[in-house]
Design a protein around this ligand. Structure first.
Ligand code: NZQ
Ligand code: ZN
Length: 387
């Protein structure tokens, strides 16, 4: 096991009715900016619950954060924070709203051009951000219990991530009841995103970190078992709770400690969202199978372990099991009605591999993957295999 440090300061309030408790988590004299998305919270009662919980606090609002949070919109929110003397941010939404809030938390305490925070390499914002909490409405990203975020800039077709130890939410409310109103296409996105988060921290080489590997496998199995229950027409609170907690545990830092990780699927996937607007999770399902086939030699040991422990495949050589593992992964995505080829999302896919290669070269992303050896030319080939 590799050396590691682990600190996750986010307090989780899990369960039905927990939104009512947020007034205890925010200072009484705080000037709060409640940040939300396109309005789902006004239709499903979450907005009313938050307003009721904070009726004795000083609350301002900023709505309209779009999916894949947009820099220009966030700059308007930043202005609002400065104009009103806001001291506490409250994200009420999915990953996009929480990520946008993290960026605002960083930008509010940053003396300089805010975009510079994102232009630096990942996790360089070391300062303390403005304090914030979150009320999660869409299980998927794990943003509610980590310190990373991803911001899009449509003007330049960029989607960049950043983060830092000062950007964890102070608290996050996980009430499974919110799952009731989530459309099925977003539930399958959440399942796919969380599943791939585990894979990015797991599908490298077999390691001696037994516990992390077993926890990772347990999250994968739980997501597989929960999927049909959470997608059934009748709402199932227990399934919703398991789904929600799996998504949080998939990316709160725990399973990546002491092991090598490979975030190349996300790096390539983000490009597909930037060029075509494809939902984040679906870009991962497009890239992951090709990534594993392209890097088969270095990943086959772990792919075989995945096939064996997660899918119960006991027969065959390491290579045969590994290939079956990739097939099982594709079948799982297809069972969620998630397509795994770029051409199934857009007719304009030709030339995408060249664009990704150029973007990575321009950003000097010349060594991705668990061994920092995946070049922009490799990315070209993986994206081309994903057409
Ligand atoms: O905007 P509203 O009206 O709220 O509607 C949203 C949005 O249209 C809707 N929704 C959310 N909760 C709902 C609901 N609809 C009905 N009922 C509810 N309870 O769902 C739509 C999608 O929301 P969004 O927040 O965009 O989805 P998600 O949570 O998948 O977040 C995606 C973003 O997170 C980033 C992605 O790149 C993408 O920008 N990621 C963040 C990560 C992190 N911070 O650690 C890691 C991830 O890998 C990911 O990159
Ligand atoms: Zn993701």
């Amino acid at each position: 096991m590799l050396n590691f440090e682990f600190k996750n300061p986010t307090k989780i309030l899990f369960g039905k009715g927990e939104i009512a408790k947020i007034s205890n988590e925010i200072p009484k004299d705080a000037k709060i900016l409640m940040i939300y998305g396109g309005g789902s919270i006004k239709n499903n009662g979450i907005y009313d619950q938050v307003k009721e919980a904070l009726k004795d606090h000083d609350v301002y609002e900023f709505g309209g954060i779009p999916a894949n949070p947009e820099y220009e919109v966030l700059m308007n929110a930043l202005q609002s924070i400065k104009d009103r003397g806001i001291t506490f941010l409250l994200a009420v939404g999915g990953g996009s709203v929480i990520d946008g809030t993290k960026f605002l938390s960083a930008a509010a305490n940053y003396n300089g051009e805010p975009w510079d925070i994102l232009k630096k390499s990942v996790r360089t914002f070391e300062g303390e951000g403005m304090p914030f909490g979150s009320i999660l409405t869409l299980p998927a990203t794990g943003s509610e219990m980590n310190s990373g975020y991803v911001i899009s800039r449509r003007e330049t077709n960029e989607k960049l991530s950043s983060g830092g130890p000062g950007l964890f939410p102070q608290f996050s409310v996980l009430d499974p009841e919110v799952v009731r109103s989530i459309p099925k296409n977003q539930i399958v996105n959440g399942l796919t995103d969380a599943y791939t988060h585990v894979l990015e921290q797991y599908m490298t080489a077999p390691s001696s970190a037994d516990l992390q590997e077993r926890i990772a496998e347990s999250i994968l199995i739980s997501l597989q078992e929960t999927a049909p229950k959470v997608l059934a027409d009748e709402f199932n609170y227990e399934a919703a709770g398991n789904f929600m907690w799996c998504c949080t545990m998939a990316l709160n830092g725990l399973i990546q400690k002491g092991v090598i990780t490979d975030w190349a699927v996300h790096a390539m996937g983000h490009e597909l969202t930037a060029y075509f607007g494809i939902d984040h999770a679906r870009t991962l399902a497009i890239i992951a199978p090709s990534h594993y086939r392209y890097n088969f030699e270095t990943k086959k040991g772990k792919l075989a372990q995945y096939a064996e422990r997660v899918w119960g495949i006991k027969e065959g050589s390491v290579e045969e099991k590994a290939e079956l593992g990739i097939k099982k992964l594709e079948e799982f995505f297809h069972s969620l009605d998630i397509q795994t080829k770029l051409s199934e999302y857009t007719e304009d896919y030709k030339g995408t591999a060249e664009k990704v290669e150029k973007a990575f070269t321009d950003r000097n992303w010349v060594g991705l993957g668990e061994y920092k050896k995946l070049t922009p030319q490799d990315a070209y080939k993986i994206v081309e295999m994903s057409y």
